[in-house]
Design a protein around this ligand. Structure first.
Ligand code: ADP
Ligand code: ASP
Ligand code: MG
Length: 403
């Protein structure tokens, strides 16, 4: 088999753990498989580098950030390759560029445009174990880019797709996908399998166990994806097509996103094209908008509230300011002390009462819901940050996910 194995930050958190990873990779190789490994930076390393940059600037240039942050993954890739060589394997470490990962120029959240797998193919043919530094690629000009936080998952899935690997294993510090973050709710249950669509919702809504774009890519390229623990041999969770899942539960999981901020625009001139104007400018600045609420207009004025990732608040503010200056918006305010809790499940498509249960759970716990958004398979509620864990546990209980 041709297998891609990705190891996250905790799994390569210190030198002993890197040796553990080398042992596991070695075993896989000795069983007769071809292995391409993708590694993250050692845990905490990327944040440390971000902190270094923030010492000098509140808003450092994104191209410089990519140069800086991409270094973390190169450290682990080379160390793992050295460890494997020491064990007698023919191993080679590659940067994103060496592995043929071409991206657009959207620094710190670049999209993969193409993968040229020739270098990987060649090394596989020579019997080598390839160790790729995750989270990075290069743009057309050869300048290094990174793929967004958690982006090593995307590197692994994209490579697995490009080389048509038989399996892509994501090794992390939990033994699979749980009904909710097991760190918040110890009663959370591990799922044997989950559909791409549900996983995509969970990941997009804050379950950082997989980066959302990696799930999108896995679905698009039909990659056989398994999430499992690098610290045990326990079976993990298969992420697959909905039709491969025997018994789809009504609700599969609860996600929590603490990294959201709410922007309130007060006294927005109620005229055709204003919302389009504001949100187009935000889109041009690559700000990701999530839940949007617009109130009914009064005296030619309306209020619009929406949420953005905290990391994009700075860019969003700059744009909102231009509308305040031009007089199209009377006033604006910002709140970072919010979070978004979401209930996800394909079973919702065919059942009523799922949303009602979510709302009454909030009521029972005395939690005020600030905003609501729904889709076919999810219900999201924006609540005050201080209720985050209470809300998650309440919902986990209400849908009996521990059963
Ligand atoms: P890695 O460094 O391996 O990429 P991450 O820290 O990015 O690992 O993701 C793993 C973490 O995701 C777990 O430690 C867990 O706290 C969190 N998590 C959030 N939601 C879930 C979920 N539904 N199932 C499993 N883990 C989850
Ligand atoms: N090291 C990067 C991060 O911390 C990428 C990754 O770990 O997937 O976001
Ligand atoms: Mg991760």
């Amino acid at each position: 088999m041709l297998i891609v194995q990705k190891f996250g930050g905790t799994s390569v958190g210190d030198l002993e753990r890197i040796q553990n990873v080398a042992n596991r990779v070695s075993e896989t190789k000795k069983k007769g498989n071809d292995v391409v490994v993708v590694v993250s930076a050692m845990s905490g390393e990327t944040n440390k580098l971000v902190g270094y940059a923030e010492y000098f600037s509140k808003n450092p240039a994104r191209a410089e950030m990519d140069m800086l942050l991409s270094s973390g993954e190169r450290v682990t890739a080379s160390l793992l390759s050295i460890a494997l060589q020491e064990m007698g394997h023919d191993a080679v470490a590659m940067t994103g560029r060496n592995a043929g990962i071409l991206t657009d120029s959207s620094h710190t959240k670049a999209r993969i445009e193409d993968i040229n797998p020739n270098a990987i193919y060649k090394a596989v043919k020579e019997g080598k174990i390839i160790v790729v530094a995750g989270f990075q690629g290069v743009n057309e000009a050869g300048i290094v880019t990174t793929l967004g936080r958690g982006g090593s998952d995307l590197s692994a899935v994209a490579i697995a797709g490009a080389i048509q690997a038989d399996l892509c294993e994501i090794f992390t510090d939990v033994s699979g996908i749980y009904t909710t973050d097991p760190r918040i709710e110890p009663k959370a249950k591990k799922l044997n399998a989950i559909s791409y669509d549900e996983m995509l919702e969970l990941a997009s809504l804050g379950a950082k166990v997989l980066q959302n774009r990696s799930v999108e890519m896995a679905k698009k390229l039909n990659v056989n994806l398994v999430t499992r623990s690098s610290f045990s041999n326990e079976e993990g969770t298969l992420i697959t097509k909905e039709e491969n899942i025997m018994e789809a539960p009504l609700v599969s999981g609860i996600a929590l996103d603490r990294n959201q901020a709410r922007i309130s625009l007060m006294g927005v001139k109620d005229k055709p094209g204003i919302a389009s104007d504001i949100f187009n400018k935000l889109a041009d600045a690559e700000v990701n908008i999530d839940v949007i609420i617009q109130n009914k207009a009064h005296d030619g004025m309306t209020n619009i509230d929406f949420t953005v990732p905290v990391s994009e608040l700075h860019d969003a503010k700059k744009i909102v300011d231009t509308f305040v200056q031009s007089g199209d918006i009377a006033d604006d305010s910002y709140n970072e002390d919010i979070c978004k809790v979401s209930v996800v499940g394909v079973g919702m498509k065919s059942h009523v009462g799922v949303a009602a249960k979510a709302f009454s759970t909030m009521a029972k716990n005395n939690i005020n819901i600030n905003m609501i958004a729904t889709s076919e398979i999810k219900i999201s509620m924006v609540v005050d940050e201080k209720y985050a864990e209470l809300a998650v546990r309440g919902l986990h209980d209400a849908y009996e996910l521990d059963k």
